[in-house]
Design a protein around this ligand. Structure first.
Ligand code: SF4
Length: 481
């Protein structure tokens, strides 16, 4: 782990984000767009005669086959990539990855680095490491460019600036581009994108090194597959004399055919597109006779906690193809936005990955940042059982004594009651009567305003009052009638 984690402050951050009206407005606008896009993607899958469940099973099997023999696939990838003219470096963690890239840049006399979106760069804290070494990193994905100007981390894995309003982006552009601020509407978005394009063009031409992530690493050919909707990915990977591919070791897929299968699901799950605007397969370095391409391509493949998950209960998380569908359908994510999660990955996938990569004790609240609705699990294109993994993390926290003593005692008591049905029923009968007695009457019915045993829960909402009889009592009465 390298990029600093603020995940321990989830609750405090969540409170701030709920009170941020500008953020709430931006999130409210974005969510229906995301869910509508995936619906469209699923409809186009069906129109092509493809069944989501069957495609998901196939995608899951591909990803699982890789994880079952990851060491072998990585060796095959390395051999093919080297044979195609690339270099492969290995990093145990983000700090080592950042060190390798900074050293490479210094050896090669690099002053400016253009970057295409890479979440691993965030894990590695790469921009800070490059800047500290006197090297200028320039984010060129439009969303990443915006958050770099705002000096913020991305708040979504495929839409880094989803939390920003047009007015906020305009203020950032006016300041960074040295011009007066203008009144902007959504009709001006193409103009604003063009402005960013003009500014970035100078950096594309000046950069000595381009750094990209990789959506997949194809073992069969030793290639990096890059899936983007902006042309910046191709500028970053072909214009500078050096190209660094920075990604995680789990991104391998065995063959081009497997890649094609995953590509039927990735864009549809992410943006609802049948295919993204640019799908690039980058293999080796520039060969004799090639008109463009980098003189040198270096893969930096990073572990950062991934190998430790292999063969364990949380291994399914390594199947993730970073489509963002889980967060796009998560009521918690869209109530708070990505920054509340405090590290690189937000939403349900982040609530699993952050404790696994940064330590259970450093992200205590994240496995609990879920309503348990399973929307995330149902849309995940590689069948990751996200709610089960969140439950597993909660159990692991309990087993390590990381939850508050009162909560652990309550859980133990609950476990005892669940094994003793008579006591359970008696307690539930008493509780039903007590809760009924606590309620006040008003026009909306009987409500409990503040419930002492759940003060945080009832601080923001009233608890409806039940009929004063337990479910068992009502069920038995109904059977008698
Ligand atoms: S966990 Fe599943 S839905 Fe979420 S980003 Fe990963 S692949 Fe997509």
């Amino acid at each position: 782990m390298s990029g600093a984690s603020q995940a321990m402050h989830f609750k405090a951050r969540a409170g701030d984000k709920l009170a941020d009206r500008i953020l709430q407005g931006a999130l409210k606008k974005a969510q229906p767009l995301f869910t509508a896009k995936r619906r469209k993607g699923m409809a186009s899958l069906a129109a092509d005669g493809l069944d989501f469940a069957a495609m998901r099973a196939a995608a899951q099997a591909i990803r699982q086959r890789v994880l079952d023999d990851l060491d072998v696939w990585l060796e095959i990838f390395e051999a093919r990539a080297v044979a195609a003219g690339a270099e492969v470096l290995w990093a145990r963690d983000g700090a080592e990855a950042a060190r390798l890239i900074v050293e490479l840049a210094q050896r090669e006399g690099v002053r400016t680095v253009t970057k295409s979106k890479s979440m691993l760069s965030e894990e590695a804290g790469l921009n800070a490491a490059l800047t500290a070494a006197g090297i200028r990193p320039v984010e060129t994905d439009l969303g990443e460019y915006i958050v770099q100007l705002a000096q913020e981390p991305p708040s979504h894995i495929i839409a880094p600036a989803v939390h920003k309003t047009i007015a906020q982006v305009e203020a950032l552009f006016a300041e960074a581009h040295g011009r007066p601020q203008l009144a902007r509407t959504s009709a001006d978005i193409p103009k604003m994108a063009d402005e960013a394009r003009q500014v970035l063009r100078r950096d594309f031409l000046a950069a000595d090194m381009g750094i990209s992530g990789a959506n997949f690493l194809i073992a069969e050919t030793g290639s990096a597959a890059l899936v983007t909707n902006e042309g910046n990915g191709r500028m970053v990977t072909t214009l500078p004399r050096l190209h660094v591919v920075l990604t995680g070791i789990e991104k391998i897929v065995p063959t081009l055919e497997d890649f094609a299968t995953l590509m039927r699901l990735l864009p549809r799950s992410a943006t609802g597109q049948d295919i993204s605007n640019y799908v690039s397969l980058l293999t080796g370095s520039r060969r004799d006779g090639d008109l463009d391409g980098p003189q040198k391509t270096v893969f930096v493949l990073v572990d950062n906690g991934r190998a430790g998950l292999l063969g364990g209960a949380f291994e399914p998380m390594l199947r993730c193809i970073r489509c963002g569908a889980c967060m796009n359908h998560c009521p918690v994510y869209f109530a708070l936005g990505g920054h509340a999660y405090g590290w690189v990955y937000p939403g349900p996938m982040g609530s699993v990955l952050t404790p696994l990569y940064t330590g259970l004790e450093n992200a205590l609240d994240l496995p609990h940042a879920s309503t348990g609705c399973n929307q995330c699990g149902s849309v995940c294109p590689v069948g990751i059982p996200l709610p089960d993994l969140l439950h597993g993390l909660r159990e692991a926290q309990n087993a390590r004594g990381l939850r508050p003593p009162g909560e652990r005692l309550t859980m133990r008591l609950w476990g005892w009651l669940a094994r003793h049905p008579r006591s359970y029923r008696l307690l539930i009968r008493l509780a039903a009567r007590y809760l009924h007695w606590l309620g006040d009457d008003d026009a909306a019915g009987r409500r409990i305003r503040i419930f002492g045993l759940a003060p945080a829960w009832t601080a923001g909402r009233d608890l409806p009052v039940g009929p004063g009889r337990s479910f068992f009592e009502q069920y038995a009465a109904r059977k008698r009638d």
